[in-house]
Design a binder for this molecule. Sequence first.
Ligand code: F0G
Length: 356
Amino acid sequence: MQLTRKGLWDGVIKEFRKFLPEIDDDCIVTLREGNTPLIEAVNLKDIFGAIRVLLKYEGLNPTGSFKDRGMTLAVSKAKEEGARAVLCASTGNTSASCAAYASKAGLKAYVLVPEGSIALGKLSQAIMHGAVVLQIRGSFDEALSIVKEISKNYPVKMVNSINPYRIEGQKTAAFEVCEHLGYAPTYHFLPVGNAGNITAYWQGYREYESYGIISSLPKMMGFQAEGAAPIVLGHPVDNPQTVASAIRIGNPASWQGALKARDESGGVIETVTDEEILESYRLLASREGIFCEPASAASLAGAIRMKKEGVLSDGDTIVCTLTGHGLKDPDTAIRTSPKPLQVEPDIKKILKIMGF
Ligand code: F0G
C-alpha cells in the first residue's frame, strides 16, 4: 500500500496564493483553515423539490466559524508589518478567531465584546487563547467605533473586517464553492451582520469570473434578522434584537459592500424572523445532521422564504453558507429544545420509553 495523497490541505493562504496579496512564507500564521465541505441537503426535498440545495459548512473551520479564513491573512499581515498586538470588536466569533490566531502568532490580542450577549462557547475560546477580553456595557456597534478610534491612534492592528485582508481571506470560500461544484451556483444565501462576508463572497465570485474560471455569477441573497435589519430598513438600528446573537448588529461596517453585492448580482437583502431562523436551525440539526449556530441558519431560512415566494426555480443550484458551529452556543440549543427525559436506572422503564 502507498500513501494516497502527497500533502494535505495547507490553509487558505498557500492554497489560493495566486489570488491573494503577497506574503512572506515566514510570516504565515495558519491553523489550516478552509477546505470546508459542501454538503448536499438530501432531506429537504419536501421543501425544495427539484432545486438542488448545498450547505457550505463553515462551522468546520479550526475555531468553528468562517472568520478563520480572513483571520489567517489579517494576523499574518499584522505579523509581517511588525505589529505586537491585534484588536477587534466582536459578537463572538471574530474574537475567538482573533484570539486563536494571535496566540499562534505570538501577538497580544485585545477583544471588545458586548457584555452578556455573546454565546458561551465563543467567550470561552477567547479566554482560553489568552486574549484580554473586555466586556463592554454597550452594543457591538459601540465596541466597533471604540476599536476604530484606538487603532487609528495607537500601535495595535485592527482585525475587524474593515481590515481589507479579512475580506481577501474570506473570499476564498467562494473559490471553494466553485472548485467543488465546477461552476457557480444560481443563488448564494448568507446571513448578514456586519456585512463583511457577503462582500467577500461577491469579490471572490467576481474574481473567478474575471479569470475565466467560472462563466456565470450567482445572485447574492443576504438575510438579516428582523430585529436587526439596518440594511433592509435603510438606516442604522439603535437597539438591535435577535436570538441570533452573532448578527445582532445595528450599523454594519461593510454596508456599502453588501449593497454592491446585492445590486451587481441582481440579488436581495431581506429579513427573516427569529422563528424562521430557529425553525431552520432545528431542521438542519434534525434532518441533515448539521449543528450550526442560530445566525448561520438565517441563510437556509432565507432560502425557504424565497422558495415559498416563488423566486427559485426547478433546476437551480443554491448554496447556503452555514457560518458557525452549533457548539458555539449550547445555551440556545438547550433553551429552545424540549428537556431530555429523566428516568430511573431501571431497564423496564427505559425499554418502555423506547417503545419495546
Ligand atoms: N454568522 C456568524 C456565525 C457570525 O459570527 C457572523 C458575524 C455572521 C454570520 C455575519 O457575518 O458580519 O460578515 O455579515 N460575526 C461577527 C463577529 C460580527 O464579531 O463574530 P458578517
